[in-house]
Design a protein around this ligand. Structure first.
Ligand SMILES: C[S@@+](CC[C@H](N)C(=O)[O-])C[C@H]1O[C@@H](n2cnc3c(N)ncnc32)[C@H](O)[C@@H]1O
Length: 455
């Protein structure tokens, strides 16, 4: 899926049309081996740039659209073959290699249905069936959720014959292939954010390494400048028109749109957003912190429970810049809110320690290695770490069946964390368990919350 996205997105962004040549049978009368198909690049080299433009070729009758047709009472989906070269193409362009192009590419070779309509229809049916079989695999493994919008539409059409009731001829589908539609799609914005998040991680790593080498102070200064540049929202404008980076390759959470995440968490099968907000409110009420750090803040669930007259500094940390952008927008008036785009499992959290560190359903996703080290380092002396873990259930799956494909595609990345071993580990690291609670959820699962006070 990543390769398909890269190929299609780069073609759309650069306006590069796709051309293919194939080898095999062209109707029952001709077999074409690669000795012929390999001639096509040779011909392409002899065409001027404007002649290789699909619009030019179509407008001048050098390419013709293959249309669906009725045969023995059924529709044969011959339009799946796209456009094909015409006699005029052979005459004008193949003539640059062959003395008598018409002798090599006769009319019945260019239009194989003229050799035998029944066999042509059967051949098209076989292609349509193969497309459906292949496309269905992307639905079975969930990877369709990572497809760019035009590819998603194509996969639906190949697998099920339509996309939201539209065929490949409908403007609603065709417009998805236009450059402006790609640039303005949420999918593409996520791609740019993934690139931004990679670049932030890269310059952060450079700064970490350069800080240890005083004689490279000029480079350190430049790295700080670059980090500020790539971290700014303007950087997304700079990236516009580039291929960006594939969110699903970078980190599973970057390919889950906030809309999908919240739909999943709010779905009947999961119903966790409100209980999580309540647990955050309880941590705030129990500790009355002047500063708080929230690990894995998502869309800012529960931030409305903060009393700004008590809590004056709020560090909201997440790996997904789209989520943080939503937090910024939703809580624009929350005084002291600072957003940090960070991979807690890979990078070091460098902000000032806080009186309360709230880690709700983050260790299951980011693990207990670097992420736990970050959590501990962020707790100020005398401060509290509030941990919320999901307990395993005998009846409900770890990741609830919410029908949200982008979330379901990553269910294997969830790992339960055992409360007892975590408690033992924290006690040995100078934390004392203050209070634990179990909260049953409507789905049959339960949360475990514990407060650990730094001794
Ligand atoms: C299940 S949600 C957390 C729920 C949220 N704390 C609440 O109380 O509603 C997990 C969050 O952690 C973030 N996340 C996952 N892995 C991460 C990582 N390695 N570093 C930082 N954030 C991460 C995800 O983007 C997501 O927003």
């Amino acid at each position: 899926m990543v390769d398909l996205n890269n190929a299609l997105v780069s073609s759309i962004l650069t306006g590069y049309a796709g051309f293919t040549t194939s080898a095999g049978y062209v109707g029952p009368d001709y077999r074409v081996d690669h000795d012929i198909s390999l001639l096509l690049p040779e011909i392409w080299c002899r065409m001027q740039i404007k002649e290789r433009d699909a619009d030019f070729l179509i407008a001048h009758g050098y390419l013709e659209k293959v249309s669906d047709f009725c045969f023995e009472g059924r529709t044969v989906l011959a339009s799946r073959l796209g456009y094909r070269i015409t006699g005029a193409f052979a005459e004008r362009f193949l003539g640059r290699i062959f003395e008598l192009p018409g002798a090599v590419f006769g009319e019945d070779m260019l239009r194989p249905e003229e050799q035998n309509l029944a066999q042509f229809a059967e051949g098209v049916d076989a292609i349509v069936a193969a497309q459906a079989r292949v496309a269905k695999q992307y639905f079975e493994d969930g990877s369709v959720a990572a497809a760019c919008p035009p590819l998603e539409a194509l996969l639906h059409i190949m697998a099920h014959g339509h996309y939201k009731g539209m065929t490949a001829d409908d403007e609603g589908v065709r417009s998805l292939f236009r450059r402006d539609a790609m640039l303005s799609s949420d999918w593409y914005r996520r791609r740019l954010r993934a690139k931004q998040s990679r670049d932030i991680a890269l310059w952060t790593r450079h700064i970490e390494s350069l800080t240890a080498v005083p004689e490279l102070a000029d480079r350190l200064e430049e790295s700080h400048r670059q980090l500020a540049r790539v971290s700014s929202p303007d950087y997304l404008n700079e990236l516009e028109g580039t291929i960006g980076a594939d969110p699903s390759l970078h980190h599973p959470w970057l390919s889950v749109p906030l809309r999908d995440y919240e739909a999943h968490m709010n779905s009947q099968a999961v119903a966790q957003l409100t209980p999580l907000a309540v647990l955050f409110a309880e941590a705030l009420a129990a500790t009355k912190p002047a500063s708080v750090a929230i690990l894995g803040v998502a869309g800012g669930n529960g931030l409305d429970r903060i009393d700004p007259s008590v809590t004056r500094r709020i560090h909201a940390i997440d790996i997904n810049p789209e989520y943080l952008a939503a937090v910024r927008e939703r809580h624009a008036t929350l005084q002291g809110l600072e957003l940090h785009c960070l991979d807690l499992a890979e990078e070091q959290a460098a902000m000032l320690p806080s009186d309360l560190v709230h880690a709700a359903l983050i260790f299951e996703h980011a693990g207990v290695d670097r992420c736990l080290e970050n959590a501990l380092a962020l707790v100020a002396p005398g401060g509290t770490l509030s941990v919320v873990l999901q307990l395993p259930s005998e009846t409900a799956p770890a990741v609830g069946h919410s029908q949200v494909p982008s979330v379901q595609a990553h269910r294997n990345h969830f790992q339960f964390v055992d409360p007892e071993s975590l408690t033992i580990q924290l006690e040995s690291r100078g934390f004392h368990q203050d209070r634990t609670t179990s909260v049953p959820l409507p789905s049959g699962k339960a949360f475990w919350q514990a407060f650990f006070k730094r001794k």
